[in-house]
Design a binder for this molecule. Structure first.
Ligand SMILES: *[C@@H]1O[C@H](CO)[C@@H](O)[C@H](O)[C@H]1NC(C)=O
Ligand SMILES: *[C@@H]1O[C@H](CO)[C@@H](O)[C@H](O)[C@H]1NC(C)=O
Ligand SMILES: *[C@@H]1O[C@H](CO)[C@@H](O)[C@H](O)[C@H]1NC(C)=O
Ligand SMILES: *[C@@H]1O[C@H](CO)[C@@H](O)[C@H](O)[C@H]1NC(C)=O
Ligand SMILES: *[C@@H]1O[C@H](CO)[C@@H](O)[C@H](O)[C@H]1NC(C)=O
Ligand SMILES: *[C@@H]1O[C@H](CO)[C@@H](O)[C@H](O)[C@H]1NC(C)=O
Ligand SMILES: *[C@@H]1O[C@H](CO)[C@@H](O)[C@H](O)[C@H]1NC(C)=O
Ligand SMILES: *[C@@H]1O[C@H](CO)[C@@H](O)[C@H](O)[C@H]1NC(C)=O
Length: 290
């Protein structure tokens, strides 16, 4: 029971630990899993028809669809499927008669499989890959698509920009071997590409503002501490001063009592507080006399 809880805790926190380096879930293995699964599900497909593939329940949230295309008509007309507008004049290579395209929308799994350092996704990661159509499992290799005319357009239906309305949106493309390419968005929700892969839209983190607020907070805290310390210091000084004053008063009172006693002995009627003054008076008189 305890062990199970530990394992579940580890599983829950491990994606966070791996953030910034390499994601715990391998994108390549996801791609090949989806590819294999889609090919198994697609039995005798009609060319040109899109098929939705429902993945196993533990991948719930990822949308996958697959379509078989004729290279000739693809070159002549292009296709508009899912989030992708593929214009005419895209050349599949090697030269095959038919090929398959698998589309993915990772939805809420986007940041599980992909992450752009210092950026936040504001759209799901979507992707497409082209494969050989003779789906004899072992032969499900990718084929390349060479764009000879206009670029492929990726249309994101819902770009969610919450905190920073003015933030610069950037298109990002994830290629092979962890390649990450940035480009400008068009109309804030369209990206252009000359290759297949995974795509999304990101906004940069606003690090500077955060550190500014943090610094500002520290200033306030420091100021408060300073004020409290100052008040304490003043209190201490006042208390010490009062104590000293009381002590001094007492001493002076005692001394004056003593000197009064002395004075009364010397001068008799005089009730002057200081004996010293009285004692110096004759000296002054003497100096004035000559
Ligand atoms: C395939 O899935 C998409 C989105 O999940 C949905 O809009 C579409 O109607 C589905 N198509 C079919 C043929 O089931
Ligand atoms: C989901 O289950 C399949 C087997 O049915 C397994 O291969 C895959 O790794 C699992 N995926 C996750 C994310 O747990
Ligand atoms: C795809 O959409 C564009 C513009 O929305 C349109 O011009 C083009 O004819 C469409 N292509 C196909 C094959 O439907
Ligand atoms: C995504 O959402 C589905 C439900 O819509 C949920 O079952 C799944 O666990 C979620 N995946 C992640 C990675 O949060
Ligand atoms: C991310 O931001 C931190 C601090 O703002 C910086 O040190 C780091 O180099 C950045 N990473 C990348 C990959 O730009
Ligand atoms: C599938 O097509 C590729 C290239 O067109 C070819 O090399 C391979 O032998 C084919 N495989 C099968 C099982 O037909
Ligand atoms: C947004 O950016 C524009 C120019 O890029 C600027 O004029 C405007 O003041 C900015 N708005 C906010 C709220 O930052
Ligand atoms: C992207 O946009 C920025 C500012 O909006 C501009 O300076 C830059 O030249 C653009 N890059 C390209 C490749 O269009």
């Amino acid at each position: 029971m305890f062990l199970k809880a530990m394992v579940m805790f580890y599983v829950a926190i491990s994606p966070c630990i791996c953030q910034g380096e390499k994601n715990i879930y391998e994108t390549d293995s996801l791609d090949s899993f989806i590819r294999d699964y889609s090919f198994k599900k697609m039995v005798q497909p009609r060319t040109g028809t899109m098929y939705n593939v429902s993945l196993p329940a533990n991948f719930s949230g990822i949308d996958v669809s697959i379509v078989r295309l004729r290279s000739g008509s693809f070159w002549k007309r292009g296709v508009n499927h899912s989030f992708f507008k593929m214009p005419p004049r895209i050349l599949p290579w090697p030269n095959v008669i038919r090929f398959d395209i698998v589309y993915q929308n990772l939805g809420n799994w986007s940041s599980t499989y992909f992450n752009v350092p210092n950026h936040t996704f504001v759209a799901p990661v979507v992707g497409f890959s082209a494969y050989y159509a003779n789906s004899s499992e072992a032969e499900n290799e990718k084929i390349s698509l060479t764009v000879m005319g206009d670029p492929i357009q990726v249309h994101f239906p819902n770009v969610e920009v919450q905190e920073s309305r003015n933030a610069t949106l950037k298109c990002v493309r994830f290629g092979n071997d962890g390649l990450v390419e940035f480009s400008n968005t068009s109309n804030r929700n369209i990206c252009f590409s000359h290759s297949q892969g995974h795509f999304s839209i990101v906004v940069p983190h606003q690090e500077r503002k955060k550190t500014k607020t943090r610094r500002w907070k520290w200033w306030v805290i420091g100021f408060a501490i300073g004020v409290v310390a100052l008040v304490l210091l003043v209190l201490i000084v006042v208390i010490v001063y009062k104590v000293l004053k009381t002590n001094m008063k007492r001493k002076m009172e005692k001394e004056s009592e003593r000197s009064e006693a002395l004075g009364s002995i010397w001068i008799g009627v005089s009730k002057m507080p200081s004996g010293a003054y009285i004692r110096t008076e004759p000296v002054l008189e003497h100096s004035f006399v000559p």
